[in-house]
Design a protein around this ligand. Structure first.
Ligand SMILES: Nc1nc2c(ncn2[C@@H]2O[C@H](COP(=O)(O)OP(=O)(O)OP(=O)(O)O)[C@@H](O)[C@H]2O)c(=O)[nH]1
Length: 334
């Protein structure tokens, strides 16, 4: 399936004209290649044809965005001229609930679906990794059906912005489908929204929000270790169990991580932003504190805590919270 992730080559709209380009890659497609060659190919293309305003990659209906996003999520230090702006998933309001409940015709790749339990469908993967979900064909469903679709989507991915359309008409492109900056900023408001509930409306995937108290800079490496264990080893660090059971101090749980975002408030007043997709993650400095760190509306007070929001499979709220609080050695919040 990986080789079918990119449907077309690369379609570029320039001066009102659509230009289609094939990328020349060693093994013939973007998704099978290593990160650098995909990015290099696009940079080479831009050198030949001039810089583009946007690059829109349209995948096939079977694509797993978690395979593709890390290829274009380029480390700032590499000085690339392109960056991953965000992932947009188009949902058909009439059929999405059936798609989420169906048994996949083709088994998903084992590393994606190592969990067992309720079926993980391609629709789940495309919604769980999305930064924006456009619910189209809204004219073909009743308002009650539309509400059920919205609730199901938000229970899977409470971080994504949801737009309801017919014939895919959006009021504007900027900020709705383009210029999302979904990977270089993490607003406090979007995390607050995602924290509203941990719904199990969808049996397969859910969004989990964990409030994190103000940390000292010395606690950051500990948080980093917790994240590495979570994302690289699929293991929850469990230091609070160490006294009873000295080794191993991790508990291997049956979960899969798809997306992660967070804001960590530090005692020196600075803010660290967390971004992750599958096993790739980064911790960034918030460059412009006025961007997302505003106080909860009306209080005039600084935000008292940070937050980590996780999207994935088998997220046991109690286990995740006690693991992170135990690892950091802080009192549980919320
Ligand atoms: N009623 C209604 N029909 C729509 C809407 N959006 C698209 N359609 C119709 O649905 C049909 C399929 O639309 P496409 O845009 O080709 O769908 P698609 O997902 O791009 O199709 P593929 O890329 O071939 O998979 C066309 O006849 C559209 O006119 C909508 O919001 N409401």
């Amino acid at each position: 399936m990986a080789s079918a992730d990119i449907e077309k080559s690369l379609t570029v709209s320039k001066d009102g004209q659509q230009v289609e380009e094939w990328l020349e890659l060693a093994n013939g497609c973007i998704c099978c290649s290593v990160k650098d060659s995909g990015v290099n190919a696009i940079e080479a293309l831009m050198e030949r044809r001039g810089a583009f305003d946007y690059i829109l990659l349209e995948t096939t209906g079977l694509a797993d965005p978690g395979n593709i996003a890390p290829l274009f999520w380029v480390d700032e230090g590499l000085g690339s001229t392109i960056y991953l702006d965000g992932i947009v998933t188009l949902v058909d309001a009439k059929n999405i609930l059936r798609s989420l409940d169906e048994t996949p015709a083709q088994p998903l790749e084992p590393h994606v679906d190592a969990h067992g339990g309720p079926e993980l469908t391609t629709a789940h993967l495309q919604i769980s990794h999305a930064d924006v979900v456009v619910i189209n064909k809204s004219d073909l469903v009743t308002s009650v059906e539309l509400e059920a679709v919205k609730e199901r989507i938000q229970s899977i991915n409470a971080l994504a912005k949801v737009h309801v359309t017919h014939h895919s008409q959006v009021p504007q492109l900027e900020g709705v489908l383009l210029d999302l900056h979904a990977y270089d900023s993490v607003g406090a408001a979007e995390l607050d929204f995602a924290a509203k509930g941990h719904s199990h409306l969808d049996p397969t995937i859910s969004t989990l929000s964990i409030p994190v108290p103000i940390l000292s800079p010395a606690q950051l490496p500990v948080l980093d270790e917790w994240l590495r264990s979570l994302l690289w080893d699929s293991a929850l660090l469990a230091p609070h169990l160490a006294a009873v059971c000295p080794a191993p101090s991790t508990s291997r749980a049956s979960f899969e991580m798809h997306r992660l975002k967070g804001r960590i408030q530090l005692s020196d007043g600075s803010v660290k932003l967390l971004q992750g997709v599958r096993e790739v993650f980064e911790m960034l400095d918030e460059k412009d504190a006025s961007k997302g760190g505003d106080a909860p509306s009306g209080t005039g007070l600084p935000r008292p805590e940070g937050k980590i929001v996780l999207i994935g499979r088998g997220l046991d709220a109690e286990a995740f919270r006690s693991s992170v609080y135990g690892t950091l050695g802080v009192q549980p919040l919320g």
